[in-house]
Ligand binder design. Structure first.
Ligand code: G6P
Length: 605
């Protein structure tokens, strides 16, 4: 979703901004734009990709200060005019903005009555006109931004550039903004990712902050009053984020799973004790023993990982656990028990619904721990404590390696809390051993010559695809359906296998593809019955099963996974599903990494 990049220093701003935009591309966007300070503010913007923007840029724009943006449309269609930056009527002030201004229609009417002519349908444009009016009334730049923000309701991460000022003014409320401190140059970004190549020293703005950024430093202020800021050194070294030899980020990230799992579990398991240690949780054994229940909250893939996690916690630790859709959480008036443990599960750490749920829980006097990939992200900071899943940068919109690592991290937690309660040491040791096998097992699945093209042929022209699984495989079915639906645009339905006969069975006809996840666990025999029910109605079964299991005779196209512990099987069984989705999308000529209408980081509720 929308991204911001800003630069002020002694170098030419344009190439730095374009590179920054490329680094933000993974968030999802439909247009982009750039404003560079020359004699006047020069703005270039267009719908489409960053390459489309580059193709309309002059060879050179001299100017050492600029702001740029990738837009994911919310208010107003995907048009050149709606792309950011937006200018004041006299073109003396430019703005880029992430977030949503909820009272923009009312403000727009008032401004139109004052004679302001709008150039776009966006909510953002009201801000730049408000600032411009305030300046004309004699306020200085900082106070003109402050006075505009005081009338806004909603969320913002924004940068404002004035033609007569060698400073960029930024503000944050609900949409993240981070300032990178260089040598006589400063960078501004909506996430730390583009800053890594320039500096490790950053300042995270807090909600309600305004920052005045110049070449040699920054001062931070509040919408009301003033503040000091804290410089943080980013410890996380993001891995290689270029495509390398892969045709798509999704394929690259699927292949990175063995290494990502290694990163996630390394140093966190203790074989002799048969347990795990997650220091970032900041929880004593005593506290763990007293937890009455666990709630896990997330969206999309993170939600399905949370559903696996809740099963693992109940299975290994016998603590009641629940997984919740973040966007439904606070609206449903949940009972919050301050003694309960809450987890916010999120790859980006920026998902607005998840963040809102975190704040709601905290307002109700309970603590929330993060299960997060992006270090220093909004949710991670809001939670304060938690588990980083250490997947490295995930750029394809369809999440893959974050799912496996969320499941790994939640298994580590389930093991730790299980051992602090009644899980026997021997059971803990088996789980640790099984976990340590996962990197090589995932590698063997990825490198096997499985019949992907047969699965693609069975699926690609289907009216719909049904995904079935029981127990730990039910959330995997949902995740497999989500993957195929989001990148191949095929309607997919995921059901607990036993529930299939209460509805989806009506969809089945000759040749209907049904993907069944049936590892060798206690659910296996019942799942075989459901396979029979599907086959009796002409369905074609695409089966994921454990190596060597004679269940294979029930499948039309079969994929195998190595044997593992029940709670870990989702990390293996999901991989063929990721690859089936990938190859089907390729066959249908879809944009695998940037599927239509979707965003990587969804920062609106
Ligand atoms: C978007 C992405 C999904 C992701 C979900 C939650 O919908 O397209 O891939 O699973 O957001 O994102 P999070 O960053 O919170 O895990």
């Amino acid at each position: 979703m929308c991204g911001i990049i800003g630069y002020i220093g002694n170098r030419n701003a344009m190439p730095i901004l374009i590179k920054g935009l490329n680094r933000l591309e993974y968030r999802g966007y439909d247009s982009s734009g750039i404003a560079v300070m020359n004699d006047s503010i020069q703005v270039h913007k267009t719908i489409g990709k960053i390459q489309d923007l580059e193709s309309i840029l002059p060879d050179q724009i001299d100017g050492t200060m600029g702001i740029a943006h990738t837009r994911w449309a919310t208010h107003g269609g995907v048009t050149d005019n709606n792309a950011h930056p937006h200018l004041s009527m006299d073109k003396d002030i430019a703005i880029v903005h992430n977030g949503i201004i909820e009272n923009s229609s009312a403000i727009r009417k008032i401004l139109e009555n004052k004679g302001i002519i709008f150039n776009s349908e966006t909510d953002t444009e009201v801000i730049v006109h408000l600032i411009s009016l305030a300046r004309k009334e004699g306020l200085d730049p900082l106070d003109s931004v402050r006075s505009a923000l005081q009338v806004l309701r909603g969320t913002w991460g924004l940068c404002v550039m004035f033609h007569d000022l060698n400073q960029i003014i930024c503000a944050r409320n609900g949409s993240p903004l981070v300032i990178g401190l260089g040598e006589s140059e400063m960078f501004i970004s909506s996430d730390p990712h583009p800053l890594g190549e320039h500096t490790q020293k950053v300042v995270y703005l807090e909600d309600g902050d305004i920052a005045v950024v110049s070449n040699d430093g920054l001062s931070t202020h509040r919408i009301e009053g003033s503040t000091d800021h804290k410089v943080v050194t980013i410890e996380e070294q993001w891995g290689e984020s270029e495509l390398g030899d892969y045709p798509h980020f999704m394929l690259k990230e699927i292949h990175e799973q063995p290494e990502a799992i290694r990163q996630c579990i390394s140093g966190r398991t203790l074989l002799s004790e048969g347990t795990a240690r997650l220091g970032g949780l900041n929880m004593s054994k005593r506290t763990m023993k007293a937890i009455p229940h666990v709630r896990l909250i997330g969206c999309g893939t993170a939600l399905y990982a949370a559903q696996v996690g809740r099963l693992a916690i109940e299975h290994l630790a016998r603590v009641p656990s629940f997984a919740h859709v973040a966007s439904e959480f606070r609206q449903n008036d949940p009972v919050i028990d301050p003694k309960a443990l809450h987890f916010a599960v999120s790859q980006s750490g920026e998902t607005a619904d998840t963040l809102a749920a975190v704040k709601y829980i905290q307002e109700n006097d309970a603590k929330v721990r993060g299960v997060i990939n992006v270090v220093g992200s909004s949710i991670a900071r809001q939670c304060g404590h938690g588990v980083y899943i250490h997947s490295g940068p995930e750029q394809a919109v369809a999440s893959t390696k974050a799912f496996t690592n969320m499941v790994a991290a939640l298994n580590l937690f389930a093991l730790q809390i299980g051992r602090s309660r009644n899980l026997p040491r021997a059971a803990g040791r088996s789980l640790v051993k099984a976990m340590r096998e996962l990197p090589s097992q995932t590698e063997s699945i990825i490198n096997s010559s499985a019949p992907y093209m047969d699965a693609v042929q069975a699926i690609k022209d289907a009216k719909s695809v049904l995904f079935l699984g029981r127990g730990f495989s039910a959330p995997v079915a949902r995740e497999g359906a989500l993957k195929l639906m989001e990148i191949a645009y095929i309607p997919c339905l995921a059901y607990p296998a036993g529930e299939m006969k209460h509805g989806p069975i009506a969809l089945l006809e000759e040749g209907s593809p049904v993907v069944v996840i049936a590892p060798d666990d206690i659910q296996r025999d019942k799942t075989i019955s459901n396979i029979q029910e599907c086959k009796a109605r002409g369905a074609k079964i695409i089966l994921i099963h454990t190596e060597g299991d004679n269940i294979a005779e029930h499948g039309d196209v079969c994929f195998t996974i190595p044997p593992t512990e029940e709670s870990l099987s989702p990390m293996l069984s999901v991989i063929p599903l990721q690859l089936i989705a990938y190859y089907t999308a390729l066959e249908l000529d879809r944009n695998v990494d940037r599927p239509r209408n979707l965003a990587k980081s969804v920062t609106v509720e």
